[in-house]
Design a protein around this ligand. Structure first.
Ligand SMILES: [Fe+2]
Length: 314
């Protein structure tokens, strides 16, 4: 079946017509608390909006222990108070400069203490800094709060009470040069083939496309883009370039560089595929509905500076 995907930039809150699933998403593995009301709630103009099926957040290039990392972390906590998210994707360079696990307290546990105390889980992948001068990132894989079952892995969220098998399956990649690429690509292709969730999101540290200092990676794109196209992956999240850039869908996939988690920012240009670019300290949230995902890029003042809607039609 042919699917079309649209990416729209919205200025206001989404108005969702109906929900197919129960509005309270639960994960079997997490005994998720009921963060989201089942009832539709009134918008400021009196119209009804429905809460998302689930909400998650994302950061990258954060593990530096700087005041900028704390500024982002504090904004995440403040956002969490108003719009709770269940978990955070952490897309690499989790511990600067060389992935030393003995820095995890200062660069992870303390900055995100408020979220961790609320049982917000983080799901990490390895960035290039995470494997330098250490045992190739193994300490981070073995560090339980990073929730990495392996160098690359998948996990499903939104398992509900009414026979729902899950809303999103995430595919967390090791995009480093020394990754087991042949095995990983075969695994990704097979996992995507077997996935039964309506949404499938892939994330890794390195961008396929970027207008930042590092730029895009044609070799990485040659590896991953055909698999994304084959399986109609709607979203790939990454970091590595320290700033924010969202692209218009490329062959059906929206690519977002989300590397403003705390490490010093890079200067960004733009390309003809750039939908929005801003090099600033930031994080993202994703409101997941049955038929769309609302993406929000949020600055350290808590304000949304870019918002988009990924819609899929299957
Ligand atoms: Fe990096």
């Amino acid at each position: 079946m042919k699917r079309r995907q649209f990416l729209l930039t919205l200025g206001g809150l989404p108005v969702i017509g109906s929900l197919v699933y129960a509005a309270i998403a639960k994960s079997k593995s997490e005994k998720t608390s009921t963060n989201y009301p089942a009832e539709a709630t009134p918008n400021s103009n009196g119209s009804l909006i429905n809460e998302p099926l689930l909400r998650f957040a994302a950061i990258a290039d954060n593990g530096v222990g700087s005041s900028d990392q704390y500024a982002v972390a504090n904004a995440m906590s403040q956002t969490y108070q108003k719009q709770p998210f269940l978990f955070v994707l952490m897309a690499g360079d989790n511990i600067y400069s060389y992935g030393e696990i003995n820095s995890v307290k200062a660069y992870f546990e303390e900055p995100y203490a408020a979220l961790l105390s609320q049982n917000v889980k983080f799901y990490a992948v390895l960035g290039n800094h995470d494997i330098i001068k250490t045992n190739n990132g193994l300490d981070q894989i073995n560090y339980k709060p990073f929730n990495m079952s392996d160098r690359y892995y998948s996990f499903t969220k939104g398992i509900g009470e009414k026979g729902i098998k899950g809303i999103i399956e995430f595919f967390a990649l090791d995009t480093n040069d020394n990754a087991s690429w042949q095995q990983q690509l075969a695994w990704l292709d097979l996992q995507l083939t077997n996935s039964t969730t309506p949404w499938k999101i892939v994330y890794g540290h390195h961008p396929l496309y970027s207008s930042g200092r590092h730029g895009g990676d044609p070799q990485l794109a040659a590896k991953l883009a055909p698999i994304f196209a084959k399986h109609k992956v709607p979203l790939y999240l990454c970091g590595h370039d320290h700033g924010y850039e969202r692209f218009v869908p490329i062959a059906g996939t929206t690519y977002i560089v989300n590397g403003g988690g705390g490490a010093p920012l890079y200067r960004f240009g733009k390309s003809d595929k750039t939908a929005f670019v801003s090099s600033q300290f930031s994080f993202m949230t994703f409101d997941v509905y049955e038929d769309k995902i609302i993406t929000k890029a949020i600055a350290t003042d808590g304000k949304v500076f870019d918002q988009s809607v990924i819609t899929k039609n299957i």
